[in-house]
Design a binder for this molecule. Structure first.
Ligand code: ARG
Length: 281
């Protein structure tokens, strides 16, 4: 009797161990990428302490409440209770469908700090006149994030446009190739800012006539080279130049093409809208 109890107990402990240790040991997409040399967007593994303003926005469908919250987009911490993300990430959804996870290196699992979305403020002119125009939104989170000067920090928002050619850092858990799988580990990549004029010409023959590079947008990429970019799942996340948030991952033709830079919501341009909303809250 006591022996069979012991066997049961051991079995339960083994299960518990496997389940607690199982998550971080999930297949690491990085290794695959490293082997093929195709780390998407030509990125490198980074640590949340290097980009402590980055959050993972987790989502679940209203009609599938039994499902887990899954990574949908990135975002940036602009105040202890405010996140900047892309309008296209949250359009047509409600706050209860989200969790915000800060201070984590992984898009799965539940390490880091988890909070709720209390309110979603989307740009009223999103997609007006031009595709992805004004692709910006603010999330109010509750409870506020415990800023710790280490893995969870705010980022300063730009008031001026970045210089053409300035090196920017983008980060996220998006796919490592167009239509590919996403990275469980947080990745980052450095790409130069491209002027809106040049970028608009690059996109001249893309999509219909509504696909233009407007003043509410910003471009970055290695023109003529490619191989470094944001991709699906990075949306809403940060583009940072010298510790200032200049862009929010928005759209692009495929990912990392030499012919088409990535397109971002332009934080300096959208600053008046952002500040007005923050003042109202
Ligand atoms: N729309 C994508 C998303 O929802 C991001 C696309 C960025 N594409 C690019 N080539 N930079 O995650």
């Amino acid at each position: 009797m006591s022996r069979s109890w012991l066997v049961c107990l051991l079995a339960i402990m083994a299960c518990l161990l496997a389940s607690t240790h199982g998550l971080p040991l999930q297949e690491n997409p990085l290794q695959e990428d490293e082997k093929s040399g195709g780390r998407i967007v030509g990125g490198y593994a980074t640590d949340i302490a290097q980009v402590p303003y980055q959050i993972s926005l987790r989502y679940k469908g209203i009609t599938t409440p039994q499902n887990a919250y899954r990574h949908r987009c990135g975002g940036s911490i602009i105040a202890e209770d405010k996140i900047l993300t892309a309008a296209h990430c949250i359009i047509g959804t409600v706050p209860s469908q989200y969790k915000v996870v800060a201070g984590t290196n992984y898009q799965t699992g539940s390490d880091g700090v988890i909070t709720n979305v209390k309110e979603i403020i989307m740009h009223e002119e999103y997609f007006s006149e031009f595709a992805y125009n004004n692709d910006i939104a603010i999330l109010v989170v509750d409870p506020p994030l415990p800023l710790n000067n280490f893995t969870i920090q705010t980022i300063k928002m730009a008031t001026e446009q970045p210089l053409e050619g300035a090196v920017s850092k983008i980060s996220g858990w998006g796919t490592t190739s167009p239509g590919g799988t996403s990275s469980n580990q947080l990745l980052a990549v450095d790409v130069p800012i491209v002027s809106n004029d040049v970028c608009d010409k690059d996109y001249e023959n893309f999509g219909d006539e509504t696909y233009r590079i407007t003043a509410s947008m910003l471009c970055a990429g290695k023109r003529g080279v490619g191989g470094a970019d944001a991709c699906q799942g990075d949306s809403g996340g940060p583009l940072v130049v010298r510790d200032v948030l200049q862009g929010v991952v928005s759209w692009g033709n495929s990912c990392a093409l030499a012919t088409h830079p990535g397109v971002y919501a332009n934080v300096a341009y959208l600053r008046s809208w952002i500040d007005a909303k923050l003042a109202q809250l």
